[in-house]
Design a protein around this ligand. Structure first.
Ligand SMILES: O=C(O)c1ccc[n+]([C@@H]2O[C@H](COP(=O)([O-])O)[C@@H](O)[C@H]2O)c1
Ligand SMILES: Cc1cc2nc[nH]c2cc1C
Length: 350
């Protein structure tokens, strides 16, 4: 056991007693059985995760992980690389979508720069300086194993600190111009699905841009071809912020914190985390199915039932921020509705 890398150490098991109590409570609430659909499933899963019949979501964290991508040299994004750092400033100044969502919902927001081409040098941004962005993965591995391990550990450490501070649910967000190219490449490698079905416009590429993106991924897949495990694919085709997300998801599952997974990049990270340690799956909830074509196949591979389908493709944790109120409503309905006995309502005919 001690020879295993930290990410293969066991995840916290779900609480079967709390799950059974939550199921029994659902059956007594004043509604036809099953009529709240996925909201019922989510409340019961949260009960199993929190080890209490009536789960609560008072302490929610949003951790945004940022990194730059060498593959942008191939012309694969509609925006310049400088936007990665510029958005970090916007996150903290309160003007980004995720800033609004965090503020509206009283969620703790923190920003981690794993490695941009130039450091952000902003008060309030945790600078980890793992690398000055990844290497261009059409020429070699995106990260060294030391860089990949360091980025995984940043995410793990966020989860450990969150657990110590009583966090019940963590949203991982990402910021990295070019990272849909990395996520699509990872999806191709992990799912074995045809490239054409997984590559999209990202931030808004035109058809020439999508062609360049497809070509870059094709060349990367040819260069890195082979029988590889999830760690290898992450290190070769991933990103610093993607590795930090993987580490955060693994850490949350080990610490017993629910994860609300965001968009296509986060879902690729979630699949890698589950491949590295299958016990992670118990701790993942999925916020939405977005517009980027790789998102739905990744969700299907995780057997996920996303809460929302709004055509979103922003990232930075925004889809999860939008789904959070529904999770809170699922908890409120589960915890506060009257039972048939309490309300003196007749139950189902036999
Ligand atoms: O979360 C998503 O599904 C999503 C889909 C498309 C784009 N993004 C965001 O846009 C950036 C990457 O897009 P691109 O076109 O530069 O690869 C990155 O900062 C992501 O947060 C995010
Ligand atoms: C403006 C902008 C904001 C973002 N937020 C997450 N990814 C992003 C990409 C761009 C380009």
């Amino acid at each position: 056991m001690t020879d295993l890398p930290w990410w293969q150490q066991p995840c916290r098991p779900l609480d079967a007693t709390a799950e059974a109590a939550a199921c029994a409570r659902q059956a007594q609430l004043t509604k036809p059985a099953g009529s709240l659909g996925l909201l019922e499933t989510l409340a019961v899963r949260l009960a199993a995760q929190q080890g209490r019949e009536k789960p609560q979501l008072d302490n929610v964290w949003i951790a945004i992980f940022a990194g730059d991508h060498g593959v942008v040299a191939e012309g694969v994004s509609a925006y310049p690389q400088a936007v990665t750092v510029q958005m970090l400033q916007n996150f903290l100044a309160g003007g980004a979508a995720i800033s609004v969502l965090a503020r509206q919902q009283n969620a703790h927001l923190e920003v981690h720069n794993l490695g941009t081409v130039a450091p952000a040098n902003l008060p309030g941004v945790a600078e980890h300086g793992v690398a000055a962005g990844t290497a261009n993965f059409i020429q070699g591995p995106a990260m060294t194993t030391a860089q990949c391990d360091a980025a995984l550990a940043v995410g793990r450490d966020v989860a450990v600190r969150a657990a110590a501070e009583g966090c019940q649910l963590l949203i991982g967000g990402e910021m990295g111009i070019g990272n849909t190219t990395a996520a699509s490449a990872l999806a191709c490698a992990l799912l074995g699905v045809q490239l054409e079905q997984l590559v999209g416009a990202g931030t808004g590429l035109d058809s020439d841009g999508v062609r360049r993106k497809r070509d870059a991924i094709q060349r990367a897949l040819a260069l890195h071809a082979g029988e590889r495990d999830a760690y290898d694919w992450l290190q070769r085709l991933g990103g610093l912020e993607i590795a930090a997300l993987v580490g955060a998801y693994l850490g949350c599952a080990q610490q017993g914190i629910t994860v609300l997974v965001d968009g296509v990049i986060c879902t690729a990270a979630a699949l890698i985390a589950v491949r590295l340690n299958p016990g992670v799956a118990d701790w993942l909830l999925f916020a939405h199915s977005g517009a980027e074509p790789g998102h739905a196949p990744l969700l299907a591979a995780l057997d996920a039932q996303p809460i929302l389908q709004l055509g979103m493709r922003l990232g930075e944790g925004s889809g999860a921020g939008v789904a959070l109120p529904l999770l809170r409503l699922a908890c409120a309905l589960h915890g506060e509705m009257a039972t048939f006995a309490e309300a003196a309502v007749a139950g189902k005919l036999a």
